[in-house]
Design a protein around this ligand. Structure first.
Ligand SMILES: C[S@@+](CC[C@H](N)C(=O)[O-])C[C@H]1O[C@@H](n2cnc3c(N)ncnc32)[C@H](O)[C@@H]1O
Length: 329
């Protein structure tokens, strides 16, 4: 075994190799294993002292993200009650949806790519220089979907059709169209959806169909599908809209089909009371959470078996989860 460059005396006649320290840092400071044995070996070799190894971890962006994430989750676990309305009248639901529609219509006209990934390089004036990076991120999401299915014993290639709900400009819709025979991109923003249709046309992907969600009732026009996919979409909707959309879309998944979607399950100091919320002005690109038990209940009522809940950092502030579930045949 390569023990790294130096060893640290940890007392009682025991020594810790630099490689073991790197391994321990991965587990305790990042909460995960290293990517590979090579990475472990390389990091152990690069450092001259134990301090250097520890510093290289605690000054990394991943460490900062992980710590924020953990503190938000710890905060969540201290709560005894989450005051989040998910059931509202049809009239209130329509008013909530109209606000989502206004905001995303505006964003789709002014900053379509940035509205999808809020990094400065995706702002309208410089997007063309970074377009490849933008679309590469979409391919990774499809790889994640494939891996998730595979480790749950599901053959993703056996599925034919997919709904990409909140498809935006097609960042993920395009690679999804390499996986499935038919992909339906659904979005509330005419500007974003228009770009998705244009990218589908210019890339020659004839199996992408776009559907504008201009009313809540238009959800009825979303076709049945084998796979329901939705990332960083529901989070921008007030909780009653998230649950309503999810419930309606889950009903459209064919028996044996898959649902793969992301929702923030907790946000610090977050409460949602519909009437009070409607009295306030729109707050730009909003972020909302649905308690995890409500997501589980919605899946259960729709006849799904939960396969996995994966923590991610898609909100940028932690406590976001991807859910993967299969509809009972
Ligand atoms: C942050 S972007 C993500 C786009 C795409 N999922 C991706 O990851 O590349 C969110 C998209 O969801 C759309 N959206 C938000 N709420 C929606 C809703 N209730 N119904 C349909 N589309 C919605 C927005 O218009 C926007 O295009």
């Amino acid at each position: 075994m390569n023990i790294g460059k130096f060893s640290i005396n940890i007392g009682m006649g025991r020594w810790f190799s630099s490689r073991e320290l790197v391994e321990a840092c991965y587990q305790t400071l990042l909460g995960r294993a290293a990517e590979s044995d090579d990475v472990l070996r390389q990091r152990a070799r690069q450092a001259l002292t134990a301090r250097q190894i520890i510093d290289s971890f605690i000054h990394s962006p991943e460490y900062k993200e992980y710590q924020v994430d953990r503190s938000i989750l710890d905060d969540n676990l201290r709560q005894e009650k989450l005051s989040i309305d998910v059931d509202v009248s049809d009239a209130v639901r329509d008013r909530l949806f109209a606000r989502v529609q206004d905001e995303w219509t505006r964003l789709g006209e002014s900053e379509p790519h940035w509205s999808v990934l809020t990094a400065n390089e995706f702002r309208a004036d410089v997007f063309q220089d970074h377009a490849d990076d933008f679309f590469d991120t979409g391919k990774l999401q499809v790889t994640d979907l494939r891996r998730t299915a595979s480790r749950n014993g599901i053959d993703i290639d056996a599925y034919q059709s997919c709904v990409d709900f909140g498809c935006g400009v097609g960042r993920i819709t395009l690679p999804l169209a390499d996986l499935f025979a038919q992909v339906h991109g659904v979005d509330v923003s005419p500007g974003n959806l228009g770009l998705c249709a244009e990218y589908a046309r210019t890339s020659g992907k004839k199996n992408i169909n776009t559907i504008l969600l201009d009313t809540i009732a238009a959800l009825d026009t979303v076709p049945q599908c084998d796979v329901l996919f939705s990332l960083i979409v529901l989070q921008h909707n007030p909780p009653p809209i998230q649950v309503h959309m999810l419930r309606t879309l889950l009903a459209k998944v064919n028996p044996g089909g898959l649902a793969y979607f992301q929702i923030p399950t907790y946000l610090p100091d977050y409460t949602f009371v519909a009437e009070r919320y409607l009295e306030q002005d729109l707050m730009g690109m909003e972020m909302h959470a649905v308690p995890m038990h409500k997501v589980f209940g919605t899946l259960r009522d729709a006849g799904f078996d939960l396969l996995e809940v994966m923590q991610d950092n898609y909100t940028g502030i932690g406590a976001s989860h991807r859910f993967c579930a299969i509809k009972r045949a």
